[in-house]
Structures are given as C-alpha cells and as structure tokens.
Write a protein of this length. Structure first.
Length: 466
C-alpha cells in the first residue's frame, strides 16, 4: 500500500500497475465496472484476459517467464578463477584471509590448466572469465598463462570471450597493459570514495592505497583505453555519513558507473560485524541519498549509472533479464557462475568460496578437474536449487516480487548456517524488499526525463558476479 492508499499490482508476466482501492476491488470482483479504457490498459498488462485471448495470453506469459531464466538455462557463462589469495592490503571488511605468503595461497599450474579446459564444457556461447583474489596481478604469470591458454582453446571453440581482472591495480605495469590492450581485457578495481575514506577502509603499510590505485587507473586509461577500468565501493559505517562525497568523487575521477554496495557478512568480514556492521535500514538511507546525488549529476549532464539501481530496474522494466546471480530462481550460483579456487576446489559463487576461508566447506561442488555435469548434479548443487525455488518457499510464494527476486541460499548459509532459513530473516531479503519498494515508488513518481533514464539503465548489461 502506497501513501495515497493506492496499491502496486504485478501481473504473472511481470508488468505492473498502480491501482486505486476501487480498481483493486473491481479487478478482483467485477472487472466490468472499470472504465473501458482502464480495462484495455490492464488487459495489455496481463491483469485481464478474455475467453478468446486466454490461450494466447498464457503462451505469452510462459515465454516472458522463460526469457527471464535464459541466463540460468544457458549454462555457466561467468567463470571466476582465483589464482592467488596474496594481497598487500589489510581491509577491515575483507571477506577472505590475505597474505603476501605464496606457499599455500596460490593455484597450481595443473589446476589452472584444468580450470581453463573445464570452462569450455559450458554450452554458453559467451564466456566471461574473471580473475579474483587476493590480488591476481601479484601472480600475473598465472593470469597471463590462463588467458593465453583459453584463447588457444577457443580457436576451435569459437566462443565470445570476455576477460575481467579485479585488482587494486597497485602492481599494474606497462607490460601488463600492453598485454591487456591486445586482448581487450577489462579491469575492475575498488575505490571507496575520497582519499581519507579509501585509505581508512583499505589500508596498506605505505598508507597510500588511494594514490596507488589512482595511479593504476591512469596507467590503464592511458595504455589500454579510457573505458578499460571500472570501480566499485563497499559501504562501511564511515561511508554512511557521506554518500554525496563518495558520488562526487566518482564524478571527479571520470567514472561512468558506480555500485553502491553494502557491507557483506561473508567469510572473515563476519567476525568484524559487531564493529563494522550496520542495519539494512541504515544502508537503505545511505543508498537513497547516494542515488539522489547520482540523479542530480545526470540531470546536470554528467553520465553516471548506479549499478544496483540498474539491476533492480532491469528486473521490473525489461523483458530480458541481465542475469544478476543473487536474484535468480532457481539460483544462479553454480548454474550461471562457477568459481575455480586456488585451493583446488570449485564453488558455486564467490561468496561460497569466502565461506570456505573460515572453515565452512559445505558449499564445495567438487575438485578442479571434475566435469561441469558432476558439479551441477552434485548433492550440494541440488540443495542450493531446492532452497532457492520461490514456489517452494512460503515467504516468497506470495511475495509480489517473486518474479524478480529469490531466496539466496548462500547468504542464508553465511548468516545462519542453514540454506533453508526463512527468507524474511535474511539480510538479502530485507535489503531487496526495500530496494524494490523504493524503486517502484520512484518509477511511479518519475517525470518523463527520469523515466527515460530508468529505461536506459534497465537495459541488460554483461553478467555480474554477486
């Protein structure tokens, strides 16, 4: 129910309408009482059908629902390789243990080779290979070896390849940039905001993490290309007080995307929740302020897309799903994404391998070298699927957003140690209910310019990990 007592209604096809109390009652009891023009509108949005159109409408709804699941049914398209856990940072919110010690924290060459081969078992025509860490550039030799091997294998496969490296960029060199430029490798880094905030959140022994990351960004832009590097942030307690400053910093640095991400409670970060954590309501307030500032810059001619808003808008405004792993039913974890970890095991998501760092290995799909079929038919994967089906989960079955959202069994396992924890108790559910509520209100109240921007943001983008 909205402030003016109207109600948001979502059809079986995923279209939406804002109904007055009278329209809601009439739609349920006596649709013929509605004005003919309104009946036509609601029929076009699949709230009403006639006897003659019922079969055709059912087929259309089924095809719309199927289109939303293409990113799952097409096989794993995102393959994350973790070549090393080595990292020079000691971030307060880090989800994995980190060390500059190589022994025991780096993938073997044999496992790397097997990972590259397994990737091509996926039937997906487009394969995104993302290198995570630690900081993968500390083992550029392994990253380079993997990219060259995957390219060689692809000569006979003919897939569409996309390479992404998530790094602090502190180790980036001209040699690396030349190699990346020749292969259109995309770089992703972390910038938490202005220098004082970033250096506090992401400390290094030299206390100049921000400056060194910016130097890497500039080197990449100069030698690889202006749009070769993106950045994202993790909102800490300190961040909650200054969303406008964070957004302004991204504008100042010339980025065209910003991802206002909340703190995660996975892995080692969970140990610091009592000190670093905050409520979903606190994040929601931070997010609203940040989004308002982003809209301000766009209204003034500066292009800046908020990624989280794009994910939500893609769900509610687009027929074709962008494939965000955390909001899939059945889950995208293990189905649209696989993680090949330095420890020799394969995990269904980046968050699942982070759980393993604290001793919870319950989400391991198997060893590197096993087939994708074995991973996806494993009891672990089948449990993940069962725990993510909206039709089987009481909290989700009657939820208005169940076409767009889903339980996140990995999140439930991280918070409560049980994938079948009632969805409404999880941070995942609370956060996304707020995001969907807020975005629908924004869509309803949007002027034509803002609505055009929202539709532009809703266009599907390449698959993202969680």
């Amino acid at each position: 129910m909205l402030p003016d007592h109207s109600c948001l209604a979502i059809s079986a096809a995923g279209d939406h309408a804002f109904l007055s109390p009278f329209e809601l009652r009439s739609l349920h009891d006596s649709p013929g009482l509605l004005p003919l023009e309104r009946q036509a509108e609601l029929r076009a949005l699949h709230f009403l059908t006639t006897t003659s159109s019922h079969v055709g409408s059912e087929r259309l709804i089924k095809s719309r629902i199927a289109a939303r699941k293409e990113t799952i049914l097409g096989g794993p398209s995102l393959h994350i390789i973790v070549p090393t856990l080595q990292c020079a940072h000691s971030c307060k919110y880090c989800q994995v243990s980190r060390s500059l010690e190589d022994v025991g924290h780096t993938m073997s060459l044999d496992d790397l080779e097997r990972s590259c081969q397994t990737i091509f078992e996926s039937p997906s025509k487009t394969l995104t290979v993302e290198f995570q860490g630690g900081d993968p550039l500390l083992r550029f030799d392994l990253v380079k070896h993997a990219i060259l091997r995957i390219e060689a294998l692809n000569e006979s496969e003919g897939r569409n390849l996309r390479f992404v490296i998530a790094s602090t960029l502190h180790q980036l060199t001209e040699e690396m940039c030349i190699f990346f430029r020749e292969r259109a490798v995309y770089l992703s880094t972390s910038i938490d905001g202005p220098a004082i905030l970033h250096n506090r959140n992401r400390p290094t022994p030299t206390r100049n993490s921000y400056e060194r990351t910016l130097a890497g960004v500039e080197l990449a832009r100069t030698l690889i290309g202006e749009n070769s590097v993106s950045a994202l942030l993790t909102a800490t307690k300190e961040s909650l007080n200054c969303p406008e400053d964070i957004v302004d910093e991204y504008v100042r640095l010339g980025f065209r995307d910003i991802f206002l991400r909340p703190l995660s409670s996975y892995g080692f970060a969970k140990r610091n929740q009592a000190i670093q954590g905050y409520s979903p309501e606190a994040f929601a307030a931070f997010y609203r302020r940040g989004l308002e500032r982003i809209l301000h810059w766009n209204r003034n001619g500066t292009v800046l897309r908020e990624v989280y808003a794009s994910i939500i808008l893609n769900k509610i405004l687009s027929t074709f799903d962008g494939g965000y792993v955390d909001l899939q039913s059945p889950t995208g974890a293990g189905q649209s994404v696989l993680v090949y970890n330095y420890d020799g095991y394969v995990y269904p998501s980046d968050e699942a391998r982070m759980l393993a760092e604290t001793g919870d290995i319950s989400l391991r799909l198997g060893k590197i070298g096993q087939s994708i079929h074995e991973f996806q038919s494993s009891s672990v994967q089948q449990t993940l699927i069962a725990a993510s089906l909206v039709d089987s989960v009481a909290d989700c079955r009657e939820c208005a957003y169940n076409l767009f959202c889903a339980p996140n069994p990995v999140d439930a396992q991280a918070q409560f140690g049980d994938q079948f924890t009632p969805a409404h108790q999880t941070e995942h559910c609370i956060r996304h209910m707020q995001l969907f509520d807020d975005m629908y209100i924004r869509v309803r109240n949007a002027d034509p310019w803002t609505l055009d921007l929202f539709h532009e943001w809703a266009a599907p983008v390449p698959s993202r990990s969680t």
